[in-house]
Ligand binder design. Structure first.
Ligand SMILES: [Zn+2]
Length: 549
């Protein structure tokens, strides 16, 4: 009989150890099921595993010796921490900083209703209308629609002062009581040394055995501001708490060791979302994409390891795919599909560690929304004849039409609004006739600089301007430039053009004005600038005087 390939064992302290993190020690690790010794088999080529020591007579009985028994064990480890916390009705805590005012908000994350749970999709509204909420530590009243299955997750703002968080969700109809969402959801209050890890704009509270990876952003809860001046560290306020924020990298290794219980083990795997392009590569927040399109995801093992990664659905279901081994540290690629509606959650896991990806079928422009946006005034203010219209980069659809004439006449004013620190990129597309010709880029400009660039470009034959507000979105301007014949010509230019005609005309007729200004046939004479005819007449008189004298 071939040996069962057991990927986990217990160390002498009773902690679960994955074979790829195990040291090569004999008579050291023990079996999770029967307690007898397991030896690590860590060959050059094959998949690594633990095996029962052959001579141990007690190990004969072990359930892990059978395929079925081993499969039962593996199935337990396929459950992601996200699913585990949902099974236990734990609210996941997420911190979301506002980069401009150095404060953060605290959110509780709960799952939404799932389409699979309804035979008839029209029932969804019935359920939502039946929900009753009772909360402790929750900042505002909850609209039931945040639990709609088309949402990627339900986000509830929490009071960082609270001494506990509880959300009891019940329903008026007993037939819905078995839904996963119904019940008493809880989370522990915030306390000193809580660790949140994740991205710079969203990080989740982790347990004590958190593993951090290079590139993760950490948020440590403190009572006082962290006073040591270390580059790249920031102090942020969360209600009564001070939060120290920094990125896990070589410069901050000591800080990581100081605040996180375990060794700063950065020997971890990465799940990078390559497509769709707007997704943050390491994102744990929901990723929006076109319904039924494919995402492209790379799973990269640590440098000297070549484990087998599994992809499972959250909650655990039929999905169970193994990514082929490609060699030490070599990325594995897979292309899951976005669902047609709602969310599809997958977990990439290896041993105990899971990385959950939430693929969310996009609806409208919501994908760009960041929770702190509500607090920040940002965008473009368009003042037309005294009337103000505001455009936000994350909600504006299509290009805004601007007539350059009106800007020149000061009937339109453009103001850029936003925090002082904000930098934006400005891209202008110019006509071939203009001095700039083609596309001009100005990177990282301040709002003030961008405003004056905008003003001068609009006056200088620019046809299209794009304002890129970092990752928040864009505002596009389509600029209507006057046609060549609509621009006032100088007296000298009119003389030059008259001289170039086959024959200098005798009188300043409209046909002459049209010819001088290059007005196409069929265009109304109103399009020619005011006073053009007088100008032509004057120029003609001057030319004639010159010829006579
Ligand atoms: Zn055993």
């Amino acid at each position: 009989m071939s040996e069962a390939r057991i990927p986990y064992a217990l160390d002498p302290q009773g902690r679960r150890v994955d074979i790829y993190r195990a040291e090569h020690k004999l008579n050291y690790y023990t079996c999770i099921a029967c307690g007898s010794f397991l030896d690590p088999r860590q060959g050059e080529v094959n998949i690594w595993y633990f095996a029962h020591v052959k001579l141990d007579p007690t190990s004969e009985e072990c359930p892990l010796r059978t395929k079925e028994g081993l499969e039962n064990l593996l199935q337990r480890f396929r459950i992601s921490p996200v699913e585990e916390s949902e099974l236990k009705k734990q609210i996941r805590l997420v911190i979301s900083p506002n980069p401009y005012i150095k404060t953060a908000k605290l959110y509780g994350i709960l799952p939404v209703l799932r389409w699979e749970n309804f035979a008839d999709p029209t029932e969804v509204n019935d359920v939502l209308n039946s929900l009753i909420f009772h909360g402790i530590g929750i900042k505002s009243s909850l609209p039931a629609r945040i639990f709609h299955p088309s949402e990627p997750e339900a986000k509830v703002e929490l009071d960082p002062n609270a001494d506990k968080y509880e959300l009891t969700i019940s329903t008026k109809y007993s037939k819905y009581e078995s839904l996963d969402l119904i019940g008493n959801w809880k989370a522990k209050h915030i306390s000193v040394n809580d660790v949140f890890s994740g991205e710079s704009n969203r990080a989740e509270r982790r347990g004590i055995n958190t593993r951090v990876r290079t590139g993760d952003t950490l948020f440590i809860v403190l009572e006082e501001d962290f006073l040591m001046e270390i580059e790249g560290c920031e102090n942020i306020v969360l209600g009564p708490w001070k939060i120290l924020k920094f990125e896990v990298d070589d410069n901050h290794r000591e800080l990581v060791n100081r605040f996180i219980g375990i060794n700063a083990d950065t020997d971890n795997f990465y799940v990078d979302i390559i497509l769709p392009p707007p997704a943050t590569p390491n994102s744990e927040s929901p990723i929006s994409g076109k319904p039924e399109s494919e995402a492209l995801i790379a799973v990269t093992p640590p440098q000297q390891k070549d484990p087998e990664f599994e992809i499972v659905s959250v909650p655990l279901g039929e999905e169970n795919k193994i990514l082929d081994r490609k060699g030490n540290g070599v990325p594995r690629i897979f292309c899951p599909r976005f669902p047609s509606e709602g969310s599809r959650r997958l977990s990439v896991h290896w041993g105990n560690e899971h990385r959950v990806i939430n693929l969310h079928a996009e609806n409208r422009m919501k994908s760009l929304y960041k929770p702190w946006m509500g607090d920040v005034e940002l965008g473009l203010e368009l003042i037309t004849d005294g009337k103000i219209t505001k455009f936000n980069p994350w909600s504006v659809e299509g290009a805004i039409l601007i007539e350059s004439e009106k800007v020149i006449e000061n009937r339109i004013n453009l103001n850029l609004i936003g925090p002082e620190e904000l930098k934006i990129d400005v891209k202008g597309t110019f006509s071939e006739e203009s001095e700039y010709r083609g596309i001009v880029h100005k990177w990282d400009t301040t709002l003030e600089e961008a405003e004056s660039i905008l003003d001068s470009w609009i006056k200088e034959d620019c046809n299209h301007i794009m304002l890129d507000y970092d990752s928040l979105g864009r505002i596009e301007l389509d600029i209507q430039q006057p046609k060549p014949w609509q621009k006032k010509l100088s007296d000298r230019e009119i003389e030059r053009r008259l001289k170039n005609l086959d024959e200098i005309p005798k009188k300043a007729r409209w046909s002459v004005v049209r010819e001088v200004y290059g007005v196409p046939w069929g265009t109304s004479r109103d399009e020619v600038p005011d006073g053009a005819k007088k100008q032509v007449r004057r120029a003609l008189m001057k030319l004639r005087r010159g010829n006579e004298g």
